[in-house]
Ligand binder design. Structure first.
Ligand code: SF4
Ligand code: SF4
Length: 488
């Protein structure tokens, strides 16, 4: 699998591929660039337990992760101008984004918003490879920032965890694994409840949590499914999500070029490998630390591989070794293929510029469309199933005036009849107050003397809204039907 997606390897002597080494008489499998290390040759799962690592990139990542988790948990509770900061209320088909309110009629705007964000990820991948995956993807943030840390706290460091995996089931293993499962399940439930808070108002969510599941059965089933999926993912599936499931991960090879900055190994400096002090040896002492800390179980010295999520663990691990050996750090570092080969780097390239232009087009079109949106909708629609009737020599048409308040706050609407002249028009309500995103259908009856009816006659209403900066008026028009129009 990985050979299809593989980047051209960095220059220098070919790295030594040693898929199997022996520890005493026991053969130990080592990662190679052609097979998934997380899958054993017999098809069973090879659980990866990355070793602990410290360093500058870990500090940056951890700070960012806790900030992102705090935002994720807090955002559903945050209000802007009395409205949720971010909510996709599926049941009511109302959407809230940073003080802006949208209804189902605005759904087309999401095309520009989502494509703008999608191309932003392309720009990021073109410039910095899988930096999103290693630093900001929710899967990484929760797996590495929360679940792996709890696992370490309960089961110990990597070697102890691997030993526990192989240990026969006894009270010790049962207790540790049981405690881990309970804590993982509780956190998965918290994450899925918080996720629900993006799709239903938190007030309703609190009510759903504090009452019987039957009160909000759909939300309960959704939460249950999400909790189970998260639990299975973080207990078992883990890095396989990044390697085989995530479409963004699969796209990476198509987004990279020779100038994309990736985590890589400087073969020119590192090879040939050898213990410190060995004559003619490069800087790599083959200590295996960069492999031991890798959450996807790859050996970065074999070139860029699809499984690499750009987490920089191997950079910190190797820097630690280099510092101990009093050698410059950066044997494993962020650099482009061109940087590794020639020491030169190029930031601005055609493909990155193209992604950036597409990103700006999407986001600017979204921004422009949002500012140009009508503050309210007012449509005069024929009443369902009715064309016209003739009563006492008068042609009778029935309409519904549909008004939608699209503003974030309440508004009052005044309705006035403008035409046609000579008609007797009655409007169900001439003044109506609507909450944000609320709508109303007001019946409108138009009577025209049969003798005066002409095809093409239109009824027209004006709808005025009390905006803070002054009144806004819209016209709603609809054609009248009558005997000469041929329909009844
Ligand atoms: S190779 Fe390095 S950057 Fe890539 S996933 Fe492994 S540890 Fe992270
Ligand atoms: S951590 Fe550095 S020195 Fe050790 S094996 Fe990896 S690249 Fe070589």
């Amino acid at each position: 699998m990985s050979d299809v997606q593989q980047q051209p390897p960095a220059v220098g002597p070919a790295p030594v591929a040693r898929p199997v080494v022996h520890r005493g008489r026991v053969p130990v499998r080592r990662p190679d660039a052609d097979t998934l290390f997380s899958i054993n040759p017999d098809g069973s799962r090879n659980a990866i337990h990355p070793a602990d690592v410290h360093g500058r990139f870990q500090r940056r990542k951890h700070g960012l992760w806790y900030l992102l988790i705090a935002i994720y948990l807090a955002l559903p509770w945050l209000k802007i101008g009395g409205q949720p900061a971010l909510l996709i209320d599926i049941e009511k088909r109302h959407f809230y984004l940073l003080g802006q309110t949208f209804n189902a009629q605005d759904f087309w705007l999401s095309f520009f918003f989502v494509s703008g964000l999608g191309f932003a990820l392309f720009v990021l991948a073109g410039v910095l490879g899988r930096v999103w995956c290693g630093y900001a993807c929710p899967h990484t943030v929760f797996l590495e920032g929360v679940f792996r840390r709890i696992e370490r706290w309960i089961e110990g460091p990597a070697a102890a965890r691997a030993k526990l995996d192989k240990a026969p089931l006894g009270w010790g293993k049962l207790l540790r694994r049981g405690a881990k499962m309970v804590v993982f399940a509780a956190i998965a439930a918290v994450i899925s409840h918080s996720f629900l808070g993006y799709f239903m108002p938190v007030e309703v969510l609190v009510e759903a949590v504090t009452t019987s599941p039957g009160t909000h059965p759909t939300a309960f089933v959704f939460m249950l499914i999400a909790t189970v999926l998260l639990f299975v993912n973080f207990v078992w599936f883990r890095e396989q999500t990044c390697i085989v499931l995530c479409p963004y991960g699969r796209l990476q090879a198509a987004l990279y070029d020779a100038d994309t900055v990736l985590v890589g190994y400087d073969q020119r400096r590192g090879e040939p490998r050898g213990a410190a002090g060995t004559a003619g040896a490069g800087d790599c002492v083959d200590c295996y630390r960069c492999v031991a800390v890798c959450p996807t179980g790859i050996d970065i010295r074999q070139g860029t591989q699809m499984e690499c999520v750009g987490c920089a663990n191997c950079i910190d691990a190797c820097d630690e070794v280099m510092l101990k050996l009093h050698r410059p750090r950066g044997l494993v570092r962020y650099d482009s293929q061109r940087g590794f080969e020639t020491g030169k780097r190029r930031f601005l390239r055609g493909r990155v510029a193209m992604y950036a232009v597409l990103m700006l087009m999407g986001l600017s079109a979204f921004g422009f469309a949002v500012t140009q949106r009508r503050p309210f909708e007012a449509d005069l629609l024929r009443a369902p199933g009715r064309s016209y009737t003739v009563e006492a020599d008068r042609v009778h048409n029935v309409f519904q005036l549909h008004i939608v308040n699209k503003r974030p706050g309440p508004r009052t609407f005044k309705i006035a009849v403008l035409g046609p002249p000579g008609a007797d028009t009655t409007v169900g309500q001439t003044e109506v107050a609507l909450e944000s995103l609320a709508d109303i259908k007001i019946p409108v009856h138009v009577f025209v003397p049969a003798s005066a009816f002409k095809t093409g006659t239109k009824t027209q209403l004006s709808i005025t809204c009390d905006e803070p900066g002054g009144e806004l008026t819209r016209l709603a028009t609809a054609p009248l039907l009558g005997p000469s129009s041929g329909r009844r």
